[in-house]
Structures are given as structure tokens and as C-alpha cells.
Ligand binder design. Structure first.
Ligand SMILES: *Cc1c(COP(=O)(O)O)cnc(C)c1O
Length: 371
């Protein structure tokens, strides 16, 4: 049997281990926030934003940010139907409604025309999720936001390293969020980050993130409002500091893996990988293949073929509106169609070149010889 190829796995070196060990041994008492402060500072610098708050997850960071914008009961937040539920859950937790719109067939991200058509007097935010490290059309979304006076926010959990016309993903919206879950390009095991350039929003979210205790409040244990508790620990931040020192390498390896897939699959007709249009640089978190209907190959064919070769493959996100908590919206035709003929490909940092060739060969065989 061929050796198993995992689809994801973090890259942890002696540096991460030494920082985590130091945090575990010494990061207490007066030093209990040292790595957190350092991680937030380094992340701000990496992204080129003014403020950053480390959190326990991206879901938590989104919850804080949307609460900071005042999203509440009856409000609507427009987002793509193609997403992981983590991006929608905080909207629901706040009593608001996610409004799912269709994606563009090439980038698999939010269709700006559909966004504009979905705006109502209750629209409180537009949530741009940069799917699999592909980029939303931020120029168009930000222009729509300006026209209607609606903030555009970015879930950049999958897009560290992605750059849109010189701007890093997560730095363009009213706020941005990141995930450092074990599957992500930069990991702390579990973890996230809230970033913004808006000082008032930062102050608000900082207060919310600290159980409602304002930074200027001198009375001990005195919350001014009911807030949240989504903090990152110093030990997680220590691992994050090490990963951040290696961020260029972590991103460039992701890009390299995608480009190796491209070189193996480019000539095959009917296979589409993550697009990288002019002016866009991909962080390439998740190489993904979407097959043309003409290939006659569907998701289950691919899952079966990969399984037979002992390769982990991951299904493309189901449309959220097709899940039982939500109203079905099959009129979002790309979001409902693409998952039937798409697959995420293994792409962990240390994946051997021979493994990428093996994965590519499975797709090549399916295309050339049928399921
Ligand atoms: C991973 C991910 C999340 C969730 O991140 P957590 O840190 O697990 O909360 C949210 N949004 C997107 C787009 C993601 O890929």
C-alpha cells in the first residue's frame, strides 16, 4: 500500500518548541502577556495595520468585530453561500441573519453584483471571505460599501499571504479576522486575530474582548458592559511568534505547492485550479481543483479514487444555505453546483514532491480514463 498522504499538517520546528517551552516555564506572573503582546505587534507589522487583538479563534474574532459594529437582532449580514459555518455562526449568535448570495464561478468568492442586489435597509455589514486564499473583488465590494454606507469586513482566515493590488488580505476592510487553527498556514493550535485601522472600533472591541472592562477603567473587576471572553493564551502566542518569524517561508512553500500542482495539471483539459488574476498574489492556503462538467467526473468519483490511493482529500464547502439550520437557496447556482465537481488537494508544508505527483496522477487518470 502507498504511504498515506494527509491533506493538512502544521510545520512545527525547534523554534516553536523552544518558545512554547519558555512560555510554559517562565511566562507567568509579570510575564504572562509577553508573548501575546509580541505576537500582536509582529502580526500588525506583517499585515501593515494599526491595531491587532489576539483571540482564541477566528470565530471569536468575528463575533467580537461584528458585535463592535453593533450588529444585532433583525440585522442582515451579506456573505457568500460557499463558506464554512464559522463565518456565519457569529452572525446568528448576535441574533442577526446571514444573507447568502452566490459566488463567482472562477474565484469561488462573493459575487459583487449579487451583493448589491441583496442590500436592504437592514443590511449591517458585507462579509468578504477570501475562500481558500483566493481573493474577493475588494475594489467592487468596497465601492458598494461606500455607496450604501455599509462596512465591508474581511474574514481572511484562509488568506494570510494573499495580496490584492498591493494590499494584504485582512487589511482592506473595516476590520479583518484570521484563524490560527491547526489546518491554517500559520498555526497556534487554536487561535485567531482581530485587526483594524479604526481606533474607535479597536477600543470598542478591546473592551468587549476583556469582559466589558474598558482599558481606561481604573476600578478593579468593573465591567462597563457585558462582553466576551475570547482570549489567546501566552503559550499559544509563543508558538505564534515562532510561526511569524517563519511566515515568509510558510507562505512561499504554500505558493510553491500550488505551482507544482499547476505544472502537473495545467495541460489537462477541464481542470481549474485557484485563479491568480493580474494584480493578485495568492497565499495559496488550499489548492483546489474544480472540474468542468464536460469531464463527467464528480466529487464522489474523486473521493473514491483518492481513497483508493490512500490520499486524504477534502470536499469543497457545501453551500451553507443547503445545511439544515438555514433556508435552502438553490438559486445560488454556482454555490450549489461547484461542490459537486470539486476537491481540495493535500498541501501541508512538508509534503514531498513525489506525493504531489501522486495526487496529480490520480486526477490525470480520472480525466484521461474516466471514473
Ligand atoms: C478556519 C476558518 C474559520 C474558523 O476559524 P477558527 O479559528 O477555527 O474559529 C473561519 N472562517 C474561515 C474562512 C476559515 O477558514
Amino acid at each position: 500500500m502507498n504511504e498515506r498522504i494527509l491533506y493538512t499538517k502544521p510545520s512545527i520546528t525547534d523554534l516553536e518548541v523552544s518558545y512554547a517551552t519558555d512560555a510554559a516555564a517562565n511566562g507567568w506572573g509579570e510575564r504572562c502577556y509577553d508573548y501575546i503582546v509580541r505576537f500582536e505587534g509582529g502580526f500588525k507589522e506583517h499585515l501593515g495595520v494599526r491595531y491587532a487583538i489576539a483571540t482564541s479563534s477566528c470565530t471569536g474574532a468575528l463575533h467580537l468585530g461584528l458585535a463592535g459594529l453593533g450588529v444585532g437582532p433583525g440585522d442582515e449580514v451579506i456573505m457568500a453561500d460557499t463558506n464554512w459555518i464559522a463565518s456565519a455562526a457569529p452572525i446568528v449568535h448576535l441574533g442577526a441573519n446571514p444573507v447568502f448570495v452566490d459566488i463567482l464561478p472562477d474565484s469561488w468568492c462573493l459575487d459583487p453584483e449579487q451583493v448589491e442586489a441583496a442590500i436592504t435597509p437592514r443590511t449591517k455589514a458585507i462579509l468578504a471571505v477570501h475562500l481558500y486564499g483566493n481573493l474577493c473583488e475588494m475594489d467592487k465590494l468596497l465601492a458598494i460599501g461606500r455607496t450604501y454606507g455599509i462596512p465591508v469586513v474581511e474574514d481572511a482566515a484562509e488568506a494570510i499571504g494573499s495580496v490584492y493590488h498591493g494590499n494584504k488580505a485582512g487589511s482592506m476592510g473595516t476590520f479583518g479576522t484570521f484563524s490560527f487553527h491547526g489546518t491554517k498556514t500559520l498555526t497556534t493550535g487554536e487561535g485567531g486575530m482581530f485587526v483594524t485601522n479604526d481606533s474607535a472600533l479597536y477600543e470598542k472591541v478591546l473592551t468587549l474582548s476583556n469582559h466589558g472592562r474598558a482599558a481606561g477603567q481604573i476600578k478593579q473587576f468593573w465591567p462597563d458592559m457585558v462582553g466576551f471572553k475570547y482570549k489567546m493564551s501566552n503559550i499559544q502566542a509563543a508558538i505564534g511568534c515562532a510561526q511569524l518569524e517563519r511566515i515568509d517561508d510558510l507562505i512561499s512553500r504554500k505558493r510553491e505547492i500550488l505551482s507544482i500542482y499547476r505544472s502537473h495539471l495545467e495541460g489537462l483539459s477541464g481542470v481549474n485550479l485557484n485563479p491568480e488574476p493580474l494584480g493578485v498574489t495568492l497565499g495559496a492556503w488550499m489548492p483546489t481543483a474544480v472540474l468542468d462538467p464536460a469531464t463527467g467526473i464528480n466529487r464522489d468519483d474523486m473521493l473514491k479514487a483518492f481513497r483508493a490511493q490512500n490520499i486524504d482529500a477534502r470536499v469543497f464547502f457545501w453551500p451553507l444555505s443547503g445545511l439544515s439550520p438555514f433556508e435552502p437557496k438553490p438559486s445560488n447556482k454556482h454555490a450549489w453546483d461547484i461542490p459537486n465537481r470539486a476537491i481540495n488537494l493535500p498541501s501541508y508544508h512538508d509534503i514531498p514532491t513525489t506525493a504531489i505527483a501522486r495526487v496529480s496522477a490520480v486526477l490525470r487518470n480520472l480525466i484521461n480514463h474516466g471514473a
